[in-house]
Design a protein. Structure first.
Length: 481
């Protein structure tokens, strides 16, 4: 009964939007390649629609391998560690969890597992991570406000299954309390795939272990309290501090290797290569940046004039008039929805071009901190709208093809008051390591001192996390004699 009332409330909320607004949001959240097939179906089913101008054939997209696309994807270290204490250990290995089934530790009650199995079975082939999470969310009995908070958290998941926006920012942008967002995050973290909704790789590992009712609590202490010693392979020191044997630590590490590095790693929801079509372009011409989104990369639709003239014919049968009017309303709604989509993406891209002009002109060192919350406020949109609008979409820039999410990251303020993005900090860390003496590589503590000398006060644990996110090994593994 209660679940029925929740569904009724959700339906009433949706009914507050006009059909055009609902369609506009759906199209806004759809990447251009999926949109192409939707428009083809509309053109086939609606005789009043025609293509006024075709899509740009020369920019129909190239095939990029996953390796080529890897450089365009946003990394996972957008959180400012000093804002809230999350577990800091990043992935110890790139294990895929293939041997570590839930049955090992008798994870879940039968009824809950049956619900989850039904959710997965009811999905279409090749479901996205959001499909999987939203399907499970439907089975939850929640109040209207609880569901809204959960949907906000879900919309903030990145392609790896991590929470891409800090919970405090989610609370602020959605006018929720921290307690409401915290409970929503915990709910999403209870879903499959195990580890989804985590704020870091270490938290994901812990969630995966807890889902499996891992029998030895000491593994959590190892993950949370001994990151630096693990990096230096100081297993005897860890064993002494934890009052366990080195063999115990090897056993823990063996089990950790069986977990997924990323929550969504085992979903197999992408192919080896994919067609990527940029939504828009940022063009550099004579030192000036401009956004090219007027024509777009999708066909421009219009109304067939001959059918419009038919509607003026007084001798036309009533059933024909009714049919044409229905198709006319549908066509006009689609055209307006496409205009809304184009306008919203253009506005978002204009903000990116303006705020990240330094990056487009000079590279990663000039990247500025920019959050979805800031962009949402500037454009008078909800942060969830921004997050879903840019998901899975790409932008052609003077610095190459980039995913929209690439441009959103947290930041720091230097001692001279200058703002600098976390991505620029990572670029500086990589530069320091690239130029280090191979015989005496820089420790994270040494990097911390170097950054501090240039006005950047970055915690050592943050430097460690950034280094790991760039797949740079620790000092002992970089040393060359």
């Amino acid at each position: 009964m209660e679940n029925h009332l929740v569904q009724q409330q959700s339906q009433q909320q949706l009914q507050q939007l006009s059909p055009t607004q609902m369609q506009g949001l759906q199209l806004l959240f759809t990447p251009v390649m999926e949109l192409e097939s939707k428009l083809a179906a509309e053109l086939e089913n609606n005789p009043l629609l025609e293509v006024v101008s075709p899509a740009r054939e020369e920019l129909c997209g190239d095939t990029f391998s996953d390796a080529q696309l890897a450089a365009t994807e946003p990394d996972r270290s957008e959180f400012d560690d000093d804002r809230e204490s999350f577990p800091l250990l990043e992935a110890l290995t790139a294990g895929n969890g293939e041997d570590y089934s839930d049955r090992e530790y008798n994870v879940q009650a039968d009824d809950l597992q049956k619900q989850r199995n039904f959710a997965f079975d009811s999905l279409t082939s090749n479901p996205t991570l959001l499909d999987i999470v939203n399907e499970q969310l439907q089975f939850c009995t929640l109040s209207k406000r609880e569901r809204q908070a959960a949907e906000l958290v879900t919309a903030s998941l990145d392609e790896h299954g991590f929470l891409s926006t800090h919970p405090a920012d989610l609370a602020m942008s959605g006018n929720f309390s921290m307690e409401e967002i915290t409970q929503a995050v915990k709910l999403i973290q209870s879903f499959d795939p195990p580890g989804v909704g985590a704020c870091s790789s270490s938290e994901s590992l812990i969630l995966q272990l807890k889902r499996r009712n891992y029998p030895d609590e000491r593994i959590y202490t190892l993950i949370q309290d001994h990151q630096e010693e693990l990096e230096r392979n100081q297993l005897p020191q860890i064993a002494k501090a934890m009052k366990i044997s080195v063999e115990d630590i090897y056993s823990f590490l063996h089990d950790l290797q069986k977990l997924n590095r990323f929550p969504a790693a085992g979903l197999n929801i992408s192919e080896n290569s994919q067609i990527v079509v940029p939504e828009m372009s940022i063009i550099l011409n004579n030192g000036q940046l401009s956004v090219d989104g007027r024509e777009g990369f999708i066909p421009r639709l219009g109304l067939v004039k001959s059918y419009l003239k038919m509607l003026e014919d007084p001798t036309l049968p009533d059933d024909t008039i009714k049919y044409l009017k229905e198709k006319l309303a549908s066509a006009e709604s689609l055209i307006k929805s496409l205009e809304l989509r184009q306008d919203t993406l253009t506005r978002i891209t204009n903000v990116i071009a303006r705020k990240q002009a330094g990056y487009f002109l000079h590279g990663s060192d000039a990247m500025q901190p920019m959050t979805m919350t800031e962009v949402a406020k500037e454009l008078n949109l909800h942060e969830t709208t921004i997050s879903r609008a840019v998901a899975g979409k790409y932008l052609d820039t003077p610095q190459g093809l980039k995913e929209y999410r690439f441009f959103f990251s947290g930041g720091y303020k230097k001692s001279d008051g200058e703002d600098i993005s976390s991505r620029s900090v990572k670029a500086r860390i990589r530069e320091l390591i690239d130029n280090e003496d191979p015989a005496k590589p820089l420790s994270d503590a040494a990097i911390e001192k170097e950054l501090k000398s240039s006005g950047l006060n970055i915690a050592r644990r943050t430097i460690t996390k950034y280094r790991e996110s760039m797949n740079i090994p620790p000092t002992n593994l970089r040393r060359r004699h």
